[in-house]
Write a protein that binds this ligand. Structure first.
Ligand SMILES: Nc1ncnc2c1ncn2[C@@H]1O[C@H](COP(=O)(O)OP(=O)(O)OP(=O)(O)O)[C@@H](O)[C@H]1O
Length: 236
């Protein structure tokens, strides 16, 4: 039976700088089930980017294991890892990173093209996702014609187009005002619930924690479940 969701066990990551060994993560463990949105908060330099890169198969753990929807990442070749990244993971980054010369619909279809042919059903799914995210009237608009919130919503739809099992979001509200930030994170939460994705969001933004099922805190490379009463979010 395939293990669904994202399961990270005892992951340690060392960086070497000359003769120095820097420990960025220490025996980090977390399980995220389908339909769950968890937040990771913590001060700058605590290891959040390293953690998200390892969860997203962009960086290898020094020790420990990542099980991503049944794939044990330490056992995969680089080619298989890039396939896992393309098919199993949707990334939402701080800035939407849209291609300036593609319209909103094509931003999604170009991702589909990278993993094969674009079928009529793919186009229909892309339109459905964009409609769900309130972009039904913007299919032919170019990034320069969109607001910050619309760009980020396009990035959410793009993260979902390959129907990945895991969503990883890195400070998705960094460039948004309060209203747009709420809109974007509540849409991420809705998609995670309705499409049963296992999702992790790294955030400095305290206002967004209400949308999350669990909040973890990263401190000096160690990850722990935050008690709501003790939660302190560090702003940078
Ligand atoms: N490529 C690298 N080589 C050496 N040390 C690194 C490298 N990347 C990160 N580090 C170190 O690992 C630790 C964790 O860094 P990381 O970027 O994961 O933290 P972060 O919580 O994401 O910080 P921020 O919120 O500022 O992005 C820090 O001490 C950092 O200096």
């Amino acid at each position: 039976m395939t293990t669904s969701g994202l399961h990270i066990s005892n992951v340690t990551k060392y960086y070497t700088e000359g003769s120095n060994k820097i420990s960025a993560l220490e025996r980090v463990s977390i399980s995220v089930e389908p339909g769950e949105l968890v937040a990771v908060v913590g001060p700058s330099g605590s290891g959040k980017s390293t953690f998200l890169s390892i969860a997203g198969a962009l960086l290898k753990a020094s020790e420990g294991e990542v099980n991503l929807n049944g794939h044990l990442l330490s056992k995969l070749s680089d080619k298989k890892l890039s396939n896992v990244r393309l098919k199993e993971i949707g990334f939402i980054m701080q800035s939407s990173n849209l291609v300036p010369y593609l319209n909103v619909l094509d931003q999604l279809l170009v991702v589909k093209k990278m993993s094969g042919r674009v079928r009529a059903a793919d186009r229909a799914f892309a339109v459905q996702l964009l409609e769900e995210l309130g972009l039904g009237s913007k299919l032919k608009s170019f990034p320069a014609e969109l607001s910050g919130g619309e760009k980020q919503r396009t990035a959410i739809a793009r993260a979902l187009i390959n129907n990945p099992n895991v969503i990883l979001a890195d400070e998705p509200t960094a460039s948004l005002d309060t209203k747009r930030a709420h809109e974007v994170v509540s849409l991420i939460a809705n998609e995670v619930k309705s499409r049963r994705k296992a999702a992790i969001m790294v955030t400095h933004d305290e206002r967004m924690l209400e949308y999350c099922d669990k909040v973890y805190r990263m401190e000096d490379g160690r990850l722990s479940l935050a008690e709501p009463a003790k939660l302190e979010v560090t702003h940078v």
